[in-house]
Design a binder for this molecule. Structure first.
Ligand code: CTP
Length: 244
């Protein structure tokens, strides 16, 4: 865009004096696509910045006793399975520099811990990861960058079977049943259609070091621009003109 000289300098001036707004990155993709690995690699490479990870999984609604009795009929891949209002509130607070308490979700018991939370503090970069983080427009609008992690469905299913049997106390049959009944249809109905909102699509998930290097370079540029603006408020016009 091409802002007028006055609006450019006044907005950039407030940028220079206001506290830095965290850079929010959304990382989406199907189940077991490698989202966690991609996030870990970004966090590792940005070791000299304050980076926090918020998982959409933490905002799963806890199941009541009736739902627990029929857990095999519960669709954990539908957008309604998450408390999106709470997720939104949490990311808004983090974006405005406040610290928040994120729930702790138990995949074996299908509920949140009743007495403990994870304290997440203000930071330079907030990474929001989950299968449906691009589904809600209000959540999407908080993101400065959207990454979709791609992996073939057979690779994802193989990983999911291994993970759910080892880490989430499931048996292979129940994993396959849940996959056919809920995971795959919800991927087609909700996850895949949200891919169009991505700025960057990473093929081969966490194995793609080149893509992750490029993403980290871009984040560094964005964070660095702000520093430059703080030190030299007069770079405002240049910064506004070259903003993507
Ligand atoms: N899920 C479940 N039981 C619950 C809650 C969620 O089986 N009580 C499943 C849902 O079916 C959903 C999946 O958890 O498909 C979401 O987690 P996933 O994205 O697979 O986990 P990540 O570790 O974030 O993924 P990745 O491997 O991409 O890092």
């Amino acid at each position: 865009h091409t802002p007028t000289a006055t609006s450019a300098s006044s907005s950039a001036f407030s940028d220079a004096t206001a506290p830095r707004q965290p850079f929010v990155i959304g990382v989406s993709g199907g189940t077991a696509s490698g989202k966690t690995t991609v996030c870990d690699m970004i966090i590792q490479q940005l070791h000299d910045h304050r980076v926090v990870l918020v998982n959409q999984d933490s905002f799963y609604r806890g199941l009541n006793s009736e739902e627990l009795k029929r857990v095999h009929e519960y669709n954990f891949d539908h957008p309604d399975a998450f408390d999106t209002e709470q997720l939104l509130d949490c990311v808004q607070k983090l974006k405005s520099g406040q610290s928040v308490q994120v729930p702790i979700y138990d995949f074996k018991l299908h509920r949140r811990s009743s007495d403990s939370f994870r304290q997440v503090n203000a930071s330079d970069v907030i990474i929001l990861e989950g299968i449906l983080v691009f589904h809600d427009q209000r959540v999407r609008n908080l993101m400065n960058m959207k990454i979709f992690v791609d992996a073939d469905a057979d690779v994802r299913l193989a990983r999911r079977i291994r993970r759910d049997t080892v880490e989430r106390s499931r048996d292979v049959n129940s994993v396959l049943e849940q996959y056919a009944k809920f995971v795959k249809p919800a991927f087609d109905d909700f996850v895949l259609p949200s891919k169009k909102y991505a700025d960057v699509i990473i093929p081969r998930g966490g194995d793609n070091h080149v893509a992750i290097d490029l993403i980290v370079q871009h984040i560094r540029t964005k964070l660095g621009q702000h520093d430059l603006c703080k030190i030299y408020p007069n770079v405002n016009v240049i910064q506004s003109t070259f903003q993507i």
